[in-house]
Every structure is written in structure tokens, then in C-alpha cells.
Design a protein around this ligand. Structure first.
Ligand code: BGC
Length: 402
């Protein structure tokens, strides 16, 4: 009798252990969402279908994002659908709905409006599809992952650069689109550094606007107003990206202040790097796009296969702490163009210095040229494959020799 009771107990414990294990397994394979959603999961070997919803291709960087996401998807053998909403929230929502209907396994979304895009996350989750917020944070939602650069730090870098080089005087701050969380994070970072200097009375912030849709002509208008207000007495324009920096520079040039006022930027786009080389813009923030694009596609693949995605950072989106993978930005001014964007093959030396007399071009060492070529090749994504190809070609040619 006692034996039977012990046996029954052992059976009950074994059964519950088995049930727990099975539950764990299901978590791994199907990973049930908090609200009981069954995530779509692809078996190993089954092709993965990714949807990439982009707000815009207006700035040069977004064209790189598109090309590099496409390249990575092709490299890992994923099917990819890219849709561009051209700044229209209704269009972006509809394009995402269409991709969900077409059966994407994961959505990568660079939102136009971070708040409105929360509904895209809801719609995707209703179909068991995970969403990766790309470059810009989707707010107030259960978005599954955020991949970006360290945006607040970029704002701090802009502010610190400005303060180091123009420690006193009148400042103009030009933010980006207020509907883009990045614009707010950048301003937060800038103010982390600039507010203490303003409180000390070292600098005076005479204008702190946000340019709708990151528009250059808004930046131009704000800068022109500030010039009028101060009779041209401006020491720095902390513009949040290269587009708005361009608008500010036009206003400064029109007032005869071109090259005389410190101007920050962000994106390291070609026209801005050219202006830095020519002394018209002072600095920019270089954000290598390839690691960002790769992290988005690689994470999408893992989500689609029910695997765990490692994300060591976290950013609160108003609802949850979103697991985040954030890349390092780099400050670029005229002194390190060669060792950053040119070295990485992000831009070519002859493009960057095209407005500068040739005798003033920096000397590029043989090592630099090799790295530039290497950088380009890595961007294209396949140095070892190329090396193997050359080796095989060499061997084949040698064999053919009589
Ligand atoms: C991006 C910037 C870009 C801006 C305008 C921001 O969210 O981070 O790189 O310049 O949007 O498109």
C-alpha cells in the first residue's frame, strides 16, 4: 500500500515535470506572447519572409539603409519586401497591413510617426508577427526590438563639440521632426550638455525650434529669424541632422556669415562632408549603416525561427522597456574625415574634396587607400568570398599554362 502511494507520487511529479518541459519547449518554438498570441515560427530550412516598411528615402542615408537591408537579406537567403511611405502615416499603415496579408514572418519598421506606428505593432501581433523598430522608436506599444544608434549620445556629442569650440555666445538649436522620437532624444542629449552652460550664463540659447519633417527650409527660416533678432551675433547653430544644417548654412551664407558660425549636423551625408571639407559646415555625426541593417535582418531571422535575440540595451517607449541594439556614432570634423568616412569607404576621397583645390587635398597613404578599398568591399559585404574567388581563378590560370 505504502509502495503504491510512493509510486503514485513519483508518477505525479514526473508528469508535472514533463508538462513543464513541454511548456518550455513550446515557449521556445512558438513563444506565446503575453496576451496569448501564438508567434509565427519557421522551421529550420524554411525560407523566411521579411517586410521592411520605410518612412522615406529623402535623405541619402535611407537609400543606404534600403540597399544594405536588401543586401543582407539576399546574403542570408531571406525573401524581402520593401515599402516606402513617403512621409504619409496612412500609407505606411496600409503598406504594413498589405505585407501582413501577404504573409511576412517579421516586420521591420522605420516609422514616420512613432506614436501612430503603435497600431502597426498591434496589427502585426494580432497575426503572430513580431515587429522590429528601425532607427526610430515606435512609442507606447509592445514592439519586440529596437535597432538604432545611440541617439541621446549623438545629441551630447553635438552639444559638447559646439561648447568645446564655441564656449560663449548666442546659440541656435534646430531640432528635427517632433513626430520622430529621435528628434526628441537628440534635443535631450544636446540639453544635457548645453543647459549647464546656459545656466552658468556662458551661452545664451536664443532659439530652440523643431523643424517639421526635418525640413531644410524650416531650418533656414529659424536661422534667418535668429540672425535678424541678434543682428548676426550667433556663435553656433546646433542643427540635429545634415539636412537642417544645410538650411541653416544657406541662411548664414545669405547674411554673409558663411563659414564664420559653428554648425553641427548628423548623417555624414556626402554634401555635408563636402561642406565640412570646404569649411562651410563644422561637424557631423557619422552613423555606420551596415551594422544597423545587419542587426535588423539577423534579428528578424532569429525571431522568425523562434530563437532568442540578444539585446543588451533597453529604451523605454512609454509602455515597456524595449530590448535594444544600439550602434556607436562617431563625430566627424575636417580633421578626421580621412580616418573615418573615407577610410571606411563610406565616401570617396575625390568626391569629398571635389570643391577643394587639389593641392589642399590630404595625402592618402597606401595603407589608407587599401583600407578605403577594404571598407568599400566590406560595405558590399564579401571580402573573404572575393579572396577565395581570386585564389581559385589564380589556380585555374596556373593549371591552364602550357
Ligand atoms: C534619422 C536621421 C535622419 C532623420 C531625417 C532621423 O530619425 O535618425 O538619420 O536624418 O531622421 O530623415
Amino acid at each position: 500500500m505504502r509502495q503504491a502511494r510512493v509510486l503514485a507520487l513519483v508518477l505525479i511529479v514526473a508528469a508535472s515535470l514533463l508538462a513543464a518541459c513541454a511548456g518550455g519547449q513550446q515557449q521556445q518554438q512558438g513563444q506565446t506572447a503575453g496576451a496569448g498570441v501564438q508567434w509565427k515560427v519557421k522551421k529550420a530550412g524554411e525560407p523566411v519572409y521579411i517586410g521592411f516598411s520605410m518612412d522615406t528615402l529623402k535623405e541619402e542615408r535611407w537609400q543606404r539603409d534600403k540597399a544594405l537591408v536588401e543586401a543582407r537579406a539576399a546574403e542570408v537567403g531571406a525573401k524581402l519586401d520593401v515599402q516606402v511611405a513617403n512621409g504619409d502615416d496612412a500609407v505606411q499603415t496600409k503598406q504594413c497591413d498589405n505585407m501582413l496579408t501577404k504573409g511576412v514572418d517579421v516586420l521591420i519598421v522605420a516609422p514616420h510617426n512613432g506614436e501612430i506606428a503603435a497600431s502597426i505593432v498591434q496589427a502585426a501581433h494580432a497575426k503572430g508577427v513580431r515587429v522590429i523598430s528601425y532607427d526610430r522608436l515606435i512609442k507606447n506599444s509592445d514592439v519586440d526590438l529596437y535597432v538604432s544608434h545611440q541617439v541621446e549620445k549623438m545629441g551630447e556629442m553635438q552639444g559638447k563639440y559646439a561648447l568645446d569650440h564655441a564656449p560663449k555666445g548666442n546659440y541656435v538649436l534646430i531640432g528635427g521632426a517632433p513626430t520622430d522620437n529621435n528628434a526628441l532624444l537628440l534635443r535631450k542629449g544636446q540639453m544635457n550638455v548645453l543647459k549647464p552652460a546656459a545656466d552658468r550664463g556662458d551661452i545664451k540659447i536664443i532659439s530652440d525650434q523643431f523643424a517639421k519633417e526635418w525640413k531644410a527650409d524650416e531650418a533656414l527660416r529659424y536661422t534667418a529669424d535668429a540672425i535678424t533678432k541678434t543682428n548676426g551675433d550667433i556663435k553656433a547653430v546646433v542643427a540635429s541632422n545634415d539636412g537642417t544644417a544645410g538650411g541653416a548654412i544657406s541662411a548664414l551664407e545669405a547674411a554673409g556669415l558663411g563659414g564664420k558660425v559653428l554648425v553641427t549636423g548628423q548623417d555624414a551625408q556626402l554634401d555635408a562632408i563636402q561642406k565640412i571639407a570646404a569649411g562651410k559646415q563644422t561637424m557631423t555625426i557619422y552613423k555606420p549603416i551596415k551594422p544597423l541593417a545587419d542587426s535588423a535582418v539577423d534579428s528578424a531571422l532569429k525571431f522568425a525561427r523562434g530563437e532568442k535575440v540578444e539585446a543588451k540595451d533597453k529604451i523605454n517607449n512609454g509602455k515597456i522597456d524595449v530590448p535594444s541594439i544600439l550602434q556607436e556614432p562617431v563625430a566627424v570634423d575636417k580633421d578626421n574625415i580621412m580616418s573615418t568616412v573615407v577610410k571606411d569607404g563610406y565616401h570617396k576621397l575625390e568626391d569629398v574634396y571635389k570643391d577643394v583645390p587639389r593641392e589642399q587635398w590630404p595625402k592618402q597613404t597606401a595603407e589608407g587607400r587599401r583600407q578605403e578599398a577594404g571598407g568599400w568591399w566590406q560595405t558590399a559585404g564579401g571580402s573573404s568570398a572575393f579572396a577565395a574567388f581570386c585564389l581559385m581563378l589564380g589556380v585555374a590560370l596556373l593549371r591552364k599554362r602550357p
